[in-house]
Design a protein around this ligand. Structure first.
Ligand code: SAH
Length: 460
């Protein structure tokens, strides 16, 4: 379709939907325009910025009629910050958007029409939920210290001390560290020149224990006045671990490999249900503890364990789901590609005195077929929780060959989820039920748990 508008045209559009990045989607004479910071139901005057064959981008000039789903964001920098894309959308509507996103992917990409979709599991209080925050440190325009968040799609730092989805204790931590950095003339890191010392501030909070970790990510080996730093941070309630992380690389990756403990242990402990987990600065750990408990409970319910099952937990991270499952299974095997995470998983099994969990380092798509070929392994249930790109087809083929009774698929990307489920269900599985969980309130991301059951094979 030829664009019916050109750059700089001003037109009126009604926003009908929200796109995958949280931008509003409207149509002008059938031509699709993406408009940032709008909500479905808004009527807006926009100026066209860029046009392509099938769609274009426009910016809102005037909100002619606000949608009933539009709310005032609590956070004053919500629209500038890249962290929250949906804070200006009523939370109930956010949940509906996420549930629809999952349903649409399963229908359009997966070709599923007949499955049970349970209502999305939302938060009661969708604020201050994150147990991990990473604040970039840099220079502001006047050469002073800027600590905050990156603006959407850029690396310019919006100075702030209060994040409405991070732990409340961060406000106190940032306030002290800002003064400490300024007073001791610590140079903030500059990406362009790769000069300066302080790159990021990482905080972690144990939701059930109240334990707090602060880790300064530095482009160097140490910081001056360590004692003052430690004493200042010890005034913060729950402080358990103060560390440095050395990152001297010219990279966007936040953490380097080396952790230097300054005070306390280089980890904190948190609990989900009755299991304790040890979390170090580098560990992957789900960021929303309240929702993680719900997510794992659903996964456990879908796995339907009675105590005599062999379960494989693929992409197991630090063994969080594995240990949850081990409480009800005969044996759980976890597979994860990052060696350090497997070390943590083993420690976590030990501190919880869980003896029926075993862990392997390696790519799931290599470990599983190898173990199947060499050791003739078996599975009653397979749980997968892959990163956004989903599972390799070869892994799905191994699952089909191993033929577990049930597959529980935990996913952070509905599109790759739908693709993978389609592949499994074209063969021997059927999609029984699906539930979305809001792990990332105010962002566009959504987590989903699905239960697949092996179709009954009729005996001739
Ligand atoms: N189930 C865990 C972690 C899920 S995140 C939890 O709930 O905490 C996905 C994990 O998959 C990450 O830990 C990542 O390191 C791991 N991973 C990525 N690619 C992998 C692969 N090919 N094989 C095994 N693990 C992989």
């Amino acid at each position: 379709m030829q664009a019916v508008v050109k750059k700089n045209d001003q037109v009126e559009v009604t926003i009908e939907d929200i796109g995958s990045e949280g931008e509003g989607i409207g149509r002008y004479e059938g031509y699709t325009l993406f408009v940032k910071d709008t909500v479905m139901g808004d009527i807006v005057l926009v100026q066209v910025m860029k046009t392509g064959k099938t769609y274009g981008y426009a910016r809102m000039i005037k909100l002619l009629q606000p949608s009933e789903f539009r709310v005032e964001p609590r956070c004053p920098i919500a629209t500038k910050c890249g962290g929250c894309q949906l804070q200006h959308v009523d939370y109930k509507k956010q949940l509906e958007y996420k549930e629809n996103k999952v349903r649409n992917c399963l229908t359009r990409i997966g070709g599923f029409h007949d499955f049970t979709m349970e209502p999305i599991c939302g938060m009661e209080e969708p604020y201050y939920y994150r147990n991990k925050s990473q604040f970039p440190v840099g220079k502001n325009k006047d050469g002073g210290v800027a600590i905050g968040f990156y603006a959407g799609r850029t690396h310019s730092i919006i100075d702030t001390e209060h994040c409405y989805i991070g732990a409340k204790v961060n406000v106190e931590i940032l306030s002290f560290l800002r003064t400490f950095i300024e007073k001791n003339n610590l140079e903030p890191y500059e990406e362009e020149t790769h000069k300066g010392l302080v790159r990021h501030i990482l905080t972690r909070v144990g939701y059930s224990t109240g334990e707090v970790m602060v880790c300064l990510v530095i482009n160097g080996n140490t910081v001056p006045n360590k004692e003052e730093l430690i004493q200042g941070l010890l005034n913060i309630q729950g402080m358990k671990s103060i560390c440095l992380n050395v990152n001297k690389e010219k990279t966007n990756v936040i953490l380097g490999e080396k952790v230097i403990p300054l005070w306390g242990e280089p980890y904190i402990t948190d609990g989900i249900g009755s299991i304790s987990y040890r979390i170090s600065p580098l560990s992957f750990y789900q960021v929303n503890p309240v929702q993680t408990k719900k997510l794992y409970d659903i996964a456990l319910e879908y796995a339907d364990l009675h105590g005599d099952e062999v379960v494989w937990d693929l992409y197991c991270g630090i063994g969080t789901i594995s240990l949850f499952l081990a409480q009800k299974a005969k044996k759980v095997y976890g597979v994860e590609i990052i060696p350090q995470a497997i070390e943590d998983a083993k420690t976590n099994a030990e501190i919880n005195e869980i003896k029926n969990a075993e862990f392997f380092v390696g790519a799931a798509e290599e470990v599983l077929p190898r173990k199947y070929k060499e050791d003739k392994i078996y599975a009653d249930v397979i749980v997968v929780d892959p990163p956004r790109k989903g599972c390799e087809q070869s892994l799905l083929d191994t699952i089909l060959t191993m033929a577990p009774k049930r597959v529980v698929y935990v996913s952070c990307d509905p599109a790759t989820l739908a693709r993978d489920l389609k592949y499994l269900c074209e063969k021997d599985y059927e999609l029984v039920k699906v539930q979305a969980v809001d792990q990332f309130s105010h962002s566009v991301h959504v987590e989903t748990v699905c239960l697949l059951a092996r179709k009954c094979v009729e005996i001739q």
